[in-house]
Design a protein around this ligand. Structure first.
Ligand code: PEP
Ligand code: MN
Length: 337
């Protein structure tokens, strides 16, 4: 249920509603828009009656949200959410390019990639320390050593870092270095991990499960938001279909559809969607044309030597060419890079 305040309602009136929500045993979440404040009443709302709030001063209307996700919905937060990460804003008029190698492999590899992607226009560096691999025999990431290298390179190149946490107990360690905690496709419904990421207070990049619906993605976002952590960035990275020629099938429609369903920013990851560097650029351009707020691109200085996801990784010069094209498409749809 949401309580929509009249435009111009006073802070005291808003506080009185919050107090009433809490007295009734619910959590109150505030969305302060330019025009008016909306108060989300979070908890099992079946026993709750609209009349509990109707007569309070400053209340315009009380609306039940029938969708299973509430805080993630546009009803609760009509304007776009912008997630601020050390001065970089994800979800505003500018398109955000996040890039880096799939895994941290060495200081040299990480530094070389970071300098190259920064030079080309990426504003966040992404690389995995803990890798969720389908096979237990594949490279699993350098773990804590990779976090040390990320901390070092972050200082050297002064770029915020995105890196993945795979388990709730890894979250505090990852949060020491990461500016954004990634939750991968295989963990989208790891609810203990979602709780831990929500508690951390750090922005979270939540990738869509490869077999999950958009509604399920938003329910997972809701777990994080319900901790009062509103810094959630969604990512469409391809879903499983009958097609096997590409690694996954990029669900481009998810971009405009999610834009309607939710206020959260949405990125497109054409690297994991296609699994092949040759198709990364066209789908990156399509993602931006469809309204995505940014891209997640895998880049490696020597893809043939990469310990994970080499076939889908762009060489730095190809990444530079991609960013130039993305810039042109972004401008064509009224945005910038
Ligand atoms: C990754 O980002 O390197 C990764 C493993 O992605 P996903 O979780 O989308 O497969
Ligand atoms: Mn990868």
């Amino acid at each position: 249920m949401i309580v929509v305040m009249r435009s111009g309602a006073s802070a005291t009136e808003v506080q009185a509603v919050v107090k009433r929500v809490e007295e009734l045993g619910y959590q109150a979440h505030l969305s302060a828009g330019r025009e008016r404040t909306i108060i989300g009443v979070i908890g099992d709302e079946r026993p709750l009656n609209e009349a509990a709030f109707h007569l309070l001063d400053g209340v315009d209307k009380v609306v039940r949200i029938l969708k299973p996700y509430k805080l993630a919905s546009r009803d609760f937060h009509p304007q776009d959410t912008v997630v601020a990460i050390n001065g970089i804003r994800v979800g505003g008029p500018r398109v955000t390019v996040i890039a880096g190698p799939c895994s941290v492999e060495s200081r040299e590899q990480l530094l070389e990639t970071a300098l190259a992607v920064k030079e080309a226009g990426a504003t966040l560096l992404r690389a995995g320390a803990f890798k969720p691999r389908t096979s237990p025999y594949s490279f699993q990431g350098l773990g804590p050593r990779a976090l040390e290298l990320l901390a070092e390179v972050k200082e050297t190149v002064s770029m915020p870092i995105v890196t993945e946490a795979m388990a709730p107990e890894q979250v505090p360690l990852v949060a020491e270095v990461a500016d954004v905690i990634q939750i991968g496709t295989r963990n989208m419904q790891n609810f203990a991990l979602l709780h831990a990421a929500g508690e951390s207070g750090k922005p979270v990049l939540l990738k869509r499960g490869m077999m999950s619906t958009m509604e399920e993605l938003l329910m997972s976002a809701e777990y994080i938001l319900s901790h009062g952590n509103y810094g959630v960035i969604l990512c469409e990275r391809g879903i499983r279909t009958f097609e096997t020629y590409t690694r996954n099938t990029l669900d481009l429609a998810a971009v405009p559809v999610l834009k309607q369903m939710t206020h959260l920013p949405i990125l497109v990851d054409p690297s994991h969607a296609t699994g092949n560097w040759e198709w990364v650029t066209p789908l990156a351009l399509a993602g931006i044309a469809a309204g995505a707020d940014g891209l997640l691109i895998e880049v490696h200085p020597h893809p043939e030597r990469a310990l994970s996801d080499g076939t889908q990784s762009l060489r730095p010069e190809r990444f530079g060419a991609l960013v130039a094209k993305v810039r042109a498409v972004a401008e064509a749809v009224g945005r910038s890079v």
